[in-house]
Design a protein around this ligand. Structure first.
Ligand SMILES: NC(=O)c1ccc[n+]([C@@H]2O[C@H](COP(=O)([O-])OP(=O)(O)OC[C@H]3O[C@@H](n4cnc5c(N)ncnc54)[C@H](OP(=O)(O)O)[C@@H]3O)[C@@H](O)[C@H]2O)c1
Length: 332
């Protein structure tokens, strides 16, 4: 089969389109023919290296943690899926980054890690929404659920996760302030329900938020990290919640816990999706909730930007340059 592999960490140029052997599915595994493969920011972090990796990753390595596809065959002992089933997965083990290999035409996946796709969710939608939606789900189900009228600040509101957070927070009745990199992204964020869009590369977002919310926002949901997280404490209301779920601009440096008191008795979270999705039964239940929100139109999501899998290198170049809005999918 063909796959994208890296032989060492580095820039997008290390992504190579290669012939790769694949073994028959082992006990408990299903062989998938991928139909839609997600591009996630974590793929970039894995490619660059040094991201949550205590030990060096074995090379060569096929990146990618999330895809939709059709079951082609199953290994011994598999009853949960059968050939022809339409399924999706996000990570294949308890450690989300431990075993990548989605950037490939085929993959063997533990059958227990596969979620069936309902008729109302296309393969493209599934690959657009699973990881990004479950990241949003982790936040609104486990950390902070907006109440009607809450003011919420969402950084990079037009990103893959950002657009889903905007819609989910609006669904609970929040008023959403979003930061975005340019005017096109502002338009897209507004089309997804964002009430106020701030061009944070041109404007001091703290001042702009204070104008909309003089008393501060109830929560900040931040996948940008280094460039935004610390400053966000200055626009959070007393007893507010700060959630740093990603680091597109770099890791947030250590924060003196006294700042939480001085800035208004704030609470701070840094969720990771591995703990949320580690249990296969829970993963499937969370997918069912997510897919029903997609089918009911609460979460509108589908990649408008797709690349051929062989062009993954260009997709990474564009993602690193923040050229995308919403999810991006690679097509085998
Ligand atoms: N905690 C978890 O378990 C978990 C799970 C999934 C994803 N994540 C994280 O969530 C974040 C968003 O993921 P995503 O898939 O939605 O990403 P994405 O669609 O590629 O969006 C990332 C956005 O971040 C903004 N950005 C700011 N500084 C940037 C920089 N230096 N380089 C590139 N982009 C920059 C850009 O938006 P603007 O142009 O508007 O600034 C960009 O579009 C990532 O940090 C990802 O690692 C975390």
């Amino acid at each position: 089969m063909k796959a994208i592999r890296i032989h060492s960490h580095g820039g997008p140029e290390v992504l190579q389109w290669e012939d790769v052997e694949i073994a028959p599915p082992g006990p408990g595994e299903a062989r998938l023919r991928h139909t839609a493969i997600a591009l996630n920011f974590s793929d970039i972090n894995i490619r660059r290296g040094g991201f949550y990796q205590k030990d060096p990753l074995p090379m060569p390595l096929i990146p990618g943690n999330e895809a939709a596809g059709i079951v082609e065959s199953v290994g011994p002992g598999v009853t949960a899926v059968k050939p022809g089933d339409r399924v999706g997965y996000v990570g294949v083990g308890a450690g989300f980054f431990a075993r990548t290999a989605a950037y490939a035409e085929f993959r063997n996946v533990p059958a227990e890690r596969l979620a069936h796709l309902p008729a109302g969710v296309s393969d493209l939608q599934a690959a657009s929404v699973m990881l990004k939606g479950l990241t949003a789900s982790n936040i609104v189900n486990k950390i902070y659920r907006p109440e009607k009228g809450d003011l919420v600040l969402i950084h990079a509101a037009a990103s893959g996760v950002g657009l889903l957070l905007v819609q989910w927070c609006k669904h609970f009745g929040a008023e959403v302030i979003g930061t975005v990199g340019n005017a096109d992204k502002a338009k897209i964020a507004r089309e997804h329900g964002c009430d106020h869009a701030i061009l944070y590369r041109e404007t001091d977002f703290v001042g702009a938020v204070k104008k909309i919310a003089p008393g501060g926002v109830r929560a900040v949901l931040d996948g940008v990290g280094l460039d935004t997280f610390q400053k966000s404490m200055d626009c959070t209301a007393p007893f507010g919640v700060l959630v740093n779920y990603g680091n597109a601009s770099g890791h947030v440096p250590p924060i003196d816990i006294m700042q939480l008191s001085l800035k208004g008795t704030l609470s701070m979270w840094r969720p990771g999706v591995s703990h949320f999705l580690g249990d296969p039964a829970r993963f499937k239940a969370l997918c069912a909730e997510l897919f029903s929100l997609v089918e009911n139109g609460v979460l509108k999501t589908v990649a408008t930007r797709t690349y051929a899998l062989r062009d993954a290198r260009q997709a990474h170049v564009d993602a690193e340059a923040a050229r995308h809005a919403g999810p991006v999918v690679l097509l085998p």
